[in-house]
Design a binder for this molecule. Structure first.
Ligand code: ADP
Ligand code: MG
Length: 328
């Protein structure tokens, strides 16, 4: 691909974790009930995301790797009405294919033939029939092999693997109905059962000791102060079992996994002096909010959301967590 195209690709795909984010979102959008993610060498050498979603026929998979193609928006009105699926820009697969060797193997649900399509450095290398189960497997090899500047900027493989794990964890917790597995260099890091219970998903990800002591935040039981949020719920760690040396806060806005530093800070602040020095909570926080008051990632790379009334959000989240900790 042309240099300009590779730079544009870098806007979407910054590191292995951002490729994984896009691929897992595609699996979720494809109605998958199982998603298995594995990485080699922090995802730098290889990423594989396998799902049992709706899959694609040959024409669909050819379209999927083209520039700015999406099956998810019919027209501009859909965009204005608020996009419900996670992806909508139609550029992730194309962008990943421009900076790696990308193999998509897929078979539609109920279909009788599978297809394998290989893209290398943005060019379709081959398309042909493949024996495969229903659903889609995307493999990304040699990420950034043709973008030395990006490759140089990557951190140690173990750090990249941690970033990937954080992203996969987010989707595992966002939707405990989906069974999510994460493997790094052939070793399983976690696997959720996909049986719809947040606490058991948290247990799979953070371990039994942390999960079983976590305190429930139930916005329905709380009188939230007036503010932008219609509800706050989730699980936060019990102060006495909190031994983490940094905070882990997975935040979901209307079910969508996002980064929201205001929420994380409000959670940490709510513990006040209940935590030992240099100890930080684990938290899984779901916020219900009028979409009009949230600025969801306008820029593809920015997972951070902005709230129109950030102070109000902090106050309500802080209140909900304080109340939950009082009742623990
Ligand atoms: P977007 O998700 O924004 O539409 P992508 O480049 O991520 O753009 O994907 C392009 C299209 O490829 C999607 O709209 C979808 O139709 C198809 N697709 C991608 N991944 C999958 C998958 N795992 N299962 C089924 N279809 C997929
Ligand atoms: Mg997508």
């Amino acid at each position: 691909p042309k240099t300009v195209e590779r730079i544009a690709a870098g806007e979407v795909v910054e590191r292995p974790a951002s490729a994984v984010k896009e691929l897992v979102e595609n699996s979720v959008d494809a109605d998958a009930s199982r998603v298995a993610v594995s990485v080699e060498n922090g995802g730098i050498d290889g990423i594989r995301v396998r799902d049992d979603g709706v899959g694609m026929d040959e024409a669909a998979v050819r379209r999927a790797v083209e520039e700015h193609t999406t099956s998810k928006i019919a027209d501009v009105e859909d965009l204005e009405a608020g996009v419900r699926t996670l992806g909508f820009r139609g550029e992730a697969l194309h962008a990943i294919g421009a900076v790696s060797r990308l193999t998509v193997t897929t078979k539609p649900r109920g279909g009788d033939r599978g297809t394998e399509l290989v893209v290398e450095g943005g060019e379709v290398e081959s398309v042909g029939p493949a024996g495969c189960p229903e659903g889609t497997t995307v493999e990304v090899e040699e990420l950034f092999y043709n973008v030395p500047a990006r490759r140089k900027y990557l951190k140690r493989p173990s750090t990249e693997a941690d970033h990937v794990q954080r992203v996969v964890t987010g989707y595992a917790l966002a939707d405990p109905d989906v069974a999510v597995t994460f493997e790094a260099d052939g070793r399983e890091r976690f696997s959720t059962a996909g049986r719809g219970d947040l606490r058991s998903a948290v247990m799979a990800v953070y371990g039994r000791e942390v999960a079983s002591a976590m305190v429930e935040v139930d916005g329905a039981d709380l009188d939230l102060p007036d503010g932008p949020l219609d509800g706050v719920s989730g699980l936060v760690s019990h102060p006495e079992t909190t031994r983490a040396s940094r905070s882990y806060c997975s935040t979901f806005v209307n079910g969508r996994y996002v980064a929201a530093s205001a929420v994380r800070e409000a959670v940490v602040d709510a513990y006040g002096t209940q935590l030992a020095p240099d100890r930080y909570p684990f938290a899984v926080v779901f916020l219900d909010v009028d979409p009009a008051t949230v600025d969801v990632n306008v820029h593809p790379r920015k997972q951070e959301v902005r709230f129109v009334d950030e102070e109000g959000v902090r106050e309500q989240v802080g209140h909900a967590v304080e109340r939950a900790l009082l009742d623990k």
